[in-house]
Design a protein around this ligand. Structure first.
Ligand code: SF4
Length: 159
């Protein structure tokens, strides 16, 4: 299954993560390039493509008039890969506009939302941008808006 990386680098600088140092500042790949890549994969017969990258929810922050919801809408409209999956979102990136896209059955109802810790203090020390309460709100919103949604997570078990 191909991974379609549509964002590189990261501006968040979580306290424990080396990605911003090794991959540099965040940048979004242009929607034209991504649509062309997806058409090529569909032509080659791939049945599922996973959109991946760092901080996917902020896709388009550096491309005027572009957003993650707009990109996914365009890729659904202009390509015909049978299944598309978004690899991960953070709680603060979950919005009604974005979730409305899952009315299209080609989008897999799978949401990977890293929690990392259930402690507000630990999340602050990690420099994460959400609280445990915000996480629960985002999970409840997903379950209300998307039928049969599966929510998976990461938690640091060493703490
Ligand atoms: S958002 Fe992800 S990639 Fe960016 S610094 Fe935090 S853990 Fe690393």
């Amino acid at each position: 299954m191909p991974l379609c990386r549509y964002k590189r680098g990261c501006n968040q600088v979580c306290a424990y993560c080396i990605v911003p140092r090794v991959r540099g500042r965040e940048r979004s790949l242009h929607p034209d390039a991504l649509a062309a890549q997806l058409r090529r994969l569909a032509d080659e017969g791939y049945q599922e493509v996973v959109f991946t990258g760092t901080q996917l929810g902020t896709y388009g922050f550096d491309l005027p008039g572009t957003s993650l919801a707009g990109l996914i809408r365009r890729l659904l409209d202009e390509t015909y890969v049978p299944r598309l999956r978004v690899s991960s979102l953070q709680p603060q990136e979950v919005s009604d506009d974005l979730l409305a896209l899952w009315e299209d059955p080609r989008l897999c109802p799978h949401f990977h939302m890293p929690l990392q810790s259930g402690s507000s203090d630990v999340l602050r020390a990690m420099r994460r941008r959400y609280s445990p309460r915000r996480y629960v709100q985002a999970a409840e919103t997903i379950r209300q808006r998307v039928a049969r949604a599966a929510i998976t997570t990461d938690i640091d078990g060493s703490l």
